[in-house]
Design a protein around this ligand. Structure first.
Ligand code: FAD
Length: 469
C-alpha cells in the first residue's frame, strides 16, 4: 500500500540528488506529463533525476521503506501510458547518460539507461560496429526504455526484439538493492534468465540503470525497395521468396495499405509516392549483405522473379541513400500522418505470420460493419506478424463520438487477433492501457505466475504501481 508523500519526505528525497537532480517546476514538468499521442496526461509532486546508480538505489530504498510510489520515465515515447505518473513521484533517467564501454572484440556496448537509442547506434557505428534496434522514435527513446518495453521496430525479422539483444543488466530492484548483472557472455546457462525477466517488465520489477547489448558487423551492401501488391496474400508469397533468396540478409519487410500512404502524402511535408497508380497495398523491404554488391543483386533477382510470377506489380529500388531514406520516410511517418485526420483506435496486434491476411480481412470486415465509414490504416512489420491496425473516424466525423466507441471497437479487433492465436500487444507493451485486454489472451495460470513474481519482488507495489497486472 503506497501513501501520498508529505513535504518532509519530499525534502529528504530532494537532498539525495542535490539541486540539479530534482524539480517541481510546472513548466519543466509539463512535457513529461503528457505522452506522444496526447492520450494520457498526468501529475506528480516531484521529478527526481538521479545521476548515478547509487542515487537511484537510495531513492528506491527510501520509497520502499516509506511506502511511496514511483513512476519511471526514460524518453517518454512509450505508447501505452506506463511512463506518465498519476500522482506518483516521477523518477527520470535523463541524467544517466554515459556510454561506459564499446568493445568491438566482445561485440558488446555498455551504456546507461538515459542514453538515447540513436546515441547507442552512433557509438556502435563509431567503433565500426552496429546496434540494429531501430524505431521511428530512436532520437528520443532511451536504452532503459527500449529494454524495459522490449521494443521491436523494423529489424526484428533478423535481430529480434530488445530482449534478444541484451546480454546483461544493472538494475535497482524494488527494495533498493542493486543487481550488478552487466554480463557480456553469449553463453551463461546458470539458472533463471533475470535479464530476460526485467526486459519487457515495463519498470515493474526494477529500475534499469545500465545495459550491455550485442553489437553486429556493419553490412557493406544494402538494398531498399518498395513494391506494389494486390493484397496481403501476395505479401506473404513475396516474404517467403525473400527469405529463400536473401536468407538472413532480409532485414525488414513492412506492409502498408493505400489509406496510410494517402495520409502521409497529404499530411507530411516533402513526401512523394515513388509508385504510380496508388496500389492498394505495398511492401517496403530491405536486404543487407556483407559485400557491397550482394544486396543489390539479391534484390534485383528477387523482384524480377516475383514480377515474372505475377506476385508484385510496379517496383522501385532505391538508387542512393537519399532515395532509400525517402522510401523509409513513407513508412516511418505512417503514425504521425494520422494525427491531423482525427480520432483513432490504435492496435498493435500480432498473429502467426500465416494468419496476417485472414486477420486483415476479418478485422477490416468487422470494423466496416461496426463503424461504417471508418478509415483503416493498416501497416507494420508483417515479417513478424505484427500489424498496426488503426481505425480512424470517418472523414469529417466527430472525434468524441468515435472515441466513445473505442473500447468496444478495440475489443472486437483484439478478439479476432486472439482467436487466430495472436497477441493484443506485439511490441508496445501493456502499460496502463492493455492489461485487461491481455487477461483475455492469457491462461489464468500465467496471470497468477506473473502476479506472484511481481509481489515477490515488489510486495509494496511501489514501482510503476498502475502498470501491468
Ligand atoms: C513515433 C514513434 C514510433 C515508435 N515506434 C515503435 C516501434 O517501431 N516499435 C516499438 O516497439 N515501439 C515503438 N514506439 C514506442 C516507444 O518508442 C518504445 O516503447 C520505447 O521503447 C520507449 O522508450 P522510452 O525511453 O521513451 O520509454 P518511456 O516512454 O519513458 O517508458 C516506457 C516504459 O518503460 C518504463 N521505463 C523507462 N525507462 C526505464 C528504466 N530505465 N527502467 C525501468 N523502466 C523503465 C516506463 O516506466 C514505462 O513503463 C514508438 C513510439 C513513437 C512515439
Amino acid at each position: 500500500m503506497t501513501v501520498p508523500p508529505s513535504d518532509a519526505l519530499l525534502n529528504r528525497l530532494k537532498a539525495m540528488v542535490g539541486p540539479s537532480g530534482w524539480t517541481d517546476d510546472p513548466e519543466i514538468l509539463a512535457p513529461r506529463l503528457v505522452e506522444w499521442r496526447d492520450r494520457w496526461s498526468g501529475a506528480t509532486p516531484l521529478m527526481l533525476s538521479p545521476a548515478t546508480t547509487g542515487e537511484t538505489a537510495a531513492i528506491v530504498r527510501f520509497c520502499a521503506a516509506e511506502g511511496l510510489a514511483l513512476t519511471v520515465q526514460g524518453g517518454n515515447t512509450g505508447l501505452v501510458g506506463g511512463q506518465i505518473p498519476q500522482g506518483e513521484i516521477l523518477l527520470s533517467t535523463r541524467r544517466m547518460r554515459a556510454i561506459r564501454d564499446v568493445d568491438p572484440v566482445d561485440d558488446v556496448l555498455v551504456a546507461e539507461a538515459g542514453v538515447t537509442l540513436a546515441e547507442v547506434q552512433a557509438a556502435a557505428a563509431e567503433a565500426g560496429r552496429r546496434f540494429p534496434l531501430s524505431l521511428a522514435s530512436e532520437g528520443t527513446a532511451t536504452l532503459g526504455g527500449v529494454v524495459s518495453t522490449n521494443a521491436g521496430g523494423v529489424a526484428v525479422l533478423r535481430f529480434g526484439s530488445a530482449r534478444d539483444l541484451v546480454l546483461g543488466l544493472e538494475a535497482v530492484l524494488p527494495n533498493g538493492e542493486v543487481w550488478g548483472g552487466l554480463r557480456r557472455l553469449r553463453k551463461d546457462n546458470t539458472g533463471y534468465d533475470l535479464k530476460g525477466l526485467l526486459s519487457g517488465a515495463e519498470g515493474t520489477l526494477g529500475v534499469i540503470t545500465a545495459a550491455s547489448v550485442k553489437l553486429f558487423p556493419r553490412p557493406a551492401g544494402r538494398a531498399v525497395a518498395m513494391v506494389a501488391l494486390e493484397g496481403p496474400d501476395a505479401a506473404l508469397d513475396l516474404l517467403s521468396r525473400a527469405r529463400r533468396n536473401a536468407d538472413a540478409g532480409l532485414e525488414a519487410f513492412e506492409l502498408m495499405a493505400r489509406q496510410g500512404i494517402e495520409f502521409a502524402l497529404r499530411n507530411i511535408p516533402g513526401q512523394r509516392d515513388p509508385l504510380s497508380g496508388a496500389p492498394p497495398w505495398r511492401v517496403l523491404l530491405e536486404i543487407a549483405s556483407p559485400d557491397p554488391a550482394g544486396a543489390g543483386h539479391l534484390m534485383e533477382t528477387l523482384l524480377s522473379e516475383a514480377s515474372e510470377a505475377g506476385v508484385i506489380g510496379e517496383a522501385v529500388i532505391a538508387a542512393s541513400e537519399s532515395q532509400a531514406a525517402a522510401l523509409w520516410s513513407l513508412r516511418e511517418n505512417q503514425s504521425a500522418a494520422q494525427k491531423p485526420e482525427g480520432a483513432t483506435w490504435k492496435h498493435d496486434i500480432s498473429v502467426p505470420v500465416s494468419q496476417v491476411p485472414r486477420f486483415l480481412r476479418e478485422a477490416s470486415g468487422a470494423m466496416a460493419a461496426f463503424a461504417p465509414g471508418c478509415r483503416i490504416s493498416a501497416f507494420g512489420h508483417v515479417g513478424d506478424g505484427n500489424i498496426h491496425f488503426d481505425v480512424l473516424r470517418p472523414e469529417g466525423g466527430d472525434n468524441a463520438a468515435h472515441l466513445a466507441r473505442r473500447a468496444e471497437g478495440q475489443a472486437r479487433v483484439h478478439d479476432i487477433a486472439i482467436a487466430l492465436g495472436g497477441s493484443v500487444s506485439a511490441e508496445h507493451g501493456l502499460g496502463v492501457m492493455k492489461a485487461d485486454e491481455a487477461r483475455r489472451q492469457k491462461d489464468p495460470a500465467e496471470i497468477a505466475l506473473l502476479t506472484t513474481i511481481r509481489s515477490a519482488l515488489d510486495p509494496g507495489r511501489i514501482l510503476n504501481p498502475r502498470v501491468l497486472f
